[in-house]
Design a protein around this ligand. Structure first.
Ligand code: ZN
Length: 380
């Protein structure tokens, strides 16, 4: 890193809306409180988030979806979702909540603000733990995500940086260099190693499908090799890393066995390249561990060593019974054999169809059935 400060996207409004997400209620406050309790704010340059406007959202999302959200300014508790709501993914894991439009523009605004910090050259590294909602698609909500702040941020980054590498450390598959769990029946069921993207996104996707309980050792081994290959081939001008915390051991929706060590190794490796970089949040459903991880990453990038004892603060009781910073590894065995991992790596390294010459980022590769059903202006 050069000596420019690390920027941290934060403001009350962003935290308030992020706290309202039904899949992670109150999580954003908890993360920010722990970062504050460890006194890391003095190492960061806080940048207030500016909510996105409609034209920002329309750079990826459809007009119909964005308009539909206006319907939910007020929402009564008994509200039953209509068929139309469900067409837009609002129901099941993404229920409508009051003030949907504000929620979506605020969350998108956080990552767009982060992108502007990089494009304006204010910093080389920006953090937005309220961002990272990688499953939302052009036409609607999906997989706990109402707006794809990542795609929008990358759209802005592309104005200055022609090639943006997106790396996804979340346990669930989305796009690009994604290291994730891939097993029959595990959401979203895409991301096999042979999957390199489709249509205009062909050649821009690199998938590392791992079996259950992948450990720090597996993640570090794979990441070192695959990141090096992708970086050399693609030569990105900027990098976005989604640090979804659901690959942590003990996550209720995860089933991987990583601890902060594995994530720190990946992020350090990325930062070694000294490219303008954005770190985002994402999944992470055991809130105490998510806060532990993102605080540890914040300390890593600001060069601070943290006390293992969690300092007393408003959420301190949530860190029991040990009140320690370390994330406990799990006892389940890593189901990935070295031969399997090496085969996957070799497949990636010998793939002949990766795009190298032009183009920029990678692509929102939709996972579900709706993509094929709707086929409206999709971007691969
Ligand atoms: Zn996830």
């Amino acid at each position: 890193m050069d000596n420019k400060s690390v920027y941290y996207v934060w403001d009350e409004n962003l935290i308030e809306h992020c706290d309202r997400l039904p899949a992670v209620p109150g999580r954003a406050s908890m993360v920010h409180s722990l970062i504050t309790a460890y006194d890391l704010l003095k190492k960061l340059k806080i940048v207030r988030s500016k909510p996105a406007v409609e034209s920002d959202l329309l750079r990826f999302h459809s007009d119909l979806y964005i308009k539909h959200l206006n319907k939910f300014s007020e929402l009564d508790e008994e509200y039953m979702t209509s068929n139309e709501d469900e067409e837009y993914g609002l129901g099941y894991d993404c229920p409508p909540v009051p003030k949907m439009s504000e929620l979506v523009s605020t969350l998108a605004g956080g990552s767009i603000t982060a992108a502007r910090c990089l494009t304006l050259g204010l910093t080389q590294l920006v953090l937005n733990w309220c961002g990272g909602w990688h499953h939302a698609n052009r036409h609607g909500a999906e997989g706990f995500c109402y707006v794809n702040d990542i795609v929008l941020a990358i759209e802005y980054l592309k104005e200055k940086f022609p090639k943006v590498l997106y790396i996804d450390l979340d346990v669930h598959h989305v796009f690009t260099l994604s290291i994730h769990k891939y097993e029959p029946g595990f959401y979203p069921g895409t991301g096999d190693g042979g999957d390199i993207g489709t249509l205009s996104g062909k050649g821009y996707s690199c998938n590392m499908p791992l079996h259950a309980f992948y450990s720090d050792d597996t993640l570090e081994y794979v990441f070192e090799k695959v990141f090096a290959s992708v970086f050399a081939l693609f030569a990105p001008d900027a990098i976005v890393v989604q640090c979804g915390a659901d690959a942590l051991a003990g996550d209720p929706n995860g089933g991987a066995g990583v601890t902060a060590r594995g994530y720190c190794a990946c992020v350090s490796r990325v930062l070694d390249e000294k490219k303008p970089t954005m770190l985002l949040g994402g999944g992470g459903y055991k809130h105490s561990n998510t806060a532990r991880l993102w605080t540890t990453l914040t300390a890593l990038v600001t060069g601070v060593t943290l006390d293992e004892n969690i300092p007393e603060h408003s959420h301190w009781l949530d860190y029991g019974p040990d009140y320690m910073l370390a994330i406990q590894p799990m006892l389940s065995r890593d189901a990935n054999k070295k031969s399997y991992i090496d085969d996957c790596i070799e497949k990636i390294q010998t793939e002949k169809n990766y795009a190298t010459l032009q183009g920029s980022w990678l692509l929102f590769k939709r996972s579900g059935y709706k993509y094929n059903e709707k086929k409206k202006n999709n971007q691969a």
